[in-house]
Design a protein around this ligand. Structure first.
Ligand code: ARG
Length: 462
């Protein structure tokens, strides 16, 4: 006689129910209930296929379909009683289905296992998140394009080592992020295409002796094809790992941009003003306007990459096929997905609302001897100096200007000629910041024409 508390799904083999601690460590319903819609979609596709292949009757399939719809609406309306004793979303749904429709519910699990079921549900969930990430990235890229278009010719300092290097344009800087988020977008699309194979029907690990049609369920669930090896199908979590690594790289990009916004919005830089809508105040210092959203976006990468590392470690030693370790995949992915989507939306909002302070950008663009390279290039182009010599002459002129406390264009021609006798008045034409950016017409360079060409190229794609 089976113990009353024994599991209703496998109680036949068990004389006693689980210890409370066992139930606590075993259950995933606390988090995997987020896959309820995917679980029910998978079950509906499976039931329809079982009927089409004659494994169950059409009338049973119809009753199952109706019952699953009732379960779904109970879950969506918050009326569903989730039970830890029923461990996970798959068994919670099936048990409730049995309460509603009775015996036919027991036929639903023919030719499948929770192993292919969970892989299917989780893939569908991750696929939805990749679609959401695609939309979030597109929106962010469009916001950056609007900034780039407005400021295609606004000069600002370009930095290396966060030291003034050469003048660039605001549009050029924005477009650098368009390229980065554009690569993220392409990684999202690649990941989606690669993961879109259906595990359903792989059953526990070996396939099934029932005459199921895996192509039919794959198609019903929007997969491109069934996964070709049943062992792999139930033990593959590459799609989750790839989701997390794509998210991690994108989070690195978001974090780098966030860092720039934190620096740029400081009183020392004043390159941008963030909107009130995306800033916070201080409870003690009335003058403060803090870039909290940017700081939190900067921090999210820790969490997202942490999830990536965690799941890599969960998976790394697992023999084929399913092991319960794999239940630890979901919380990492759920948390990373939530925070990735939030970070994308917050960044889009900040970019849309922020104002570039054109005057501060221009003033900074001219400081720090930012046109020293233009001077060296002039010595090469006009006087025919080898670049290394031109570099040396320019270095002496920079040292002279630094000593005098002025910028390069403020040196007199006499000053210049004291370092190199052949320098002429023409040199001043290259020392201006506008001239500097306009001259960088090489493909992908910072010249406003080049920036506008890149904006147009992207606008045609997004
Ligand atoms: N809750 C489980 C998970 O998330 C479902 C699969 C359970 N399969 C099994 N053979 N115990 O991985």
């Amino acid at each position: 006689m089976t113990d009353q508390s024994s599991n209703q799904m496998w109680g036949g083999r068990f004389a006693a129910g689980p210890d409370a601690i066992m139930e606590a460590i075993n259950a995933s319903i606390g988090f995997d209930q987020r896959m309820a819609a995917q679980d029910i979609a998978g079950s509906r596709a499976h039931a329809a296929m079982l009927a089409a292949t004659g494994v169950i009757s059409d009338s049973d399939a119809e009753v199952i379909r109706e019952g699953l719809l009732t379960v779904l609406s109970e879950i969506q309306n918050g009326e569903f009683q989730f039970s830890t004793a029923l461990e996970d979303i798959h068994m919670n749904v099936e048990a409730r289905l049995k309460e509603i429709i009775g015996e036919p519910a027991g036929r639903l699990h023919t030719g499948r296992s929770r192993n292919d079921q969970v892989a299917t549900d989780f893939k569908l969930w991750v696929r939805d998140q990749l679609d959401a990430a695609e939309n979030g990235l597109l929106a962010l890229i469009r916001a950056l394009l609007a900034q780039a278009e407005a400021g295609a010719d606004w000069v600002m300092p370009g930095f290396t080592h966060l030291q003034t290097a050469q003048p660039v344009t605001w549009g050029h800087h924005m477009m650098a992020y368009v390229e980065m988020f554009g690569r993220d977008l392409s990684r999202v699309r690649d990941a989606r295409a690669r993961m879109n194979e259906s595990p359903l029907g792989a059953a526990a690990l070996a396939g099934t002796s029932f005459p199921i049609d895996r192509h039919m369920t794959a198609e019903a669930l929007g997969f491109d094809r069934p996964a070709a090896n049943s062992l792999d199908a139930v033990s593959d979590r590459d799609f989750a790992l790839e989701f997390l690594s794509v998210a991690s790289i994108c989070a690195v990009h978001l974090s780098r941009f966030a860092e720039e916004l934190v620096i740029w919005s400081s009183a020392q830089f004043r390159f941008v003003t963030l909107s009130d809508r995306f800033s916070t105040g201080s409870s003690i210092m009335p003058q403060k306007k803090n870039p909290d959203a940017a700081e939190l976006i900067r921090a999210k990468v820790g969490r997202i990459f942490g999830a990536n590392t965690a799941l890599m470690m969960v998976m790394k030693g697992l023999p084929l096929a399913y092991s319960k370790d794999m239940q630890e995949d979901k919380e990492q992915v759920f948390d990373a997905a939530d925070n990735w989507m939030l970070a994308l939306a917050a960044m889009e909002g900040m970019v849309k609302d922020m104002t570039a302070n054109r005057d501060s950008l221009a003033a900074a663009a001219g400081s720090g001897f930012s046109t020293a390279t233009d001077l060296a290039d002039w010595l090469v182009r006009v006087l025919g100096l080898p670049f290394r010599d031109a570099h040396h002459v320019t270095g002496s002129l920079v040292a002279m200007a630094e000593k005098k406390g002025c910028d390069l264009p403020d040196l007199t021609l006499d000053d210049m000629q004291s370092v190199h006798a052949e320098i002429t008045n023409d040199v001043y034409s290259v020392l201006g910041v506008e001239n500097s950016v306009n001259s960088r017409q090489s493909y992908g360079g910072t010249a406003p024409d080049q920036v506008r060409a890149q904006v147009e190229r992207w606008k045609a794609m997004v």
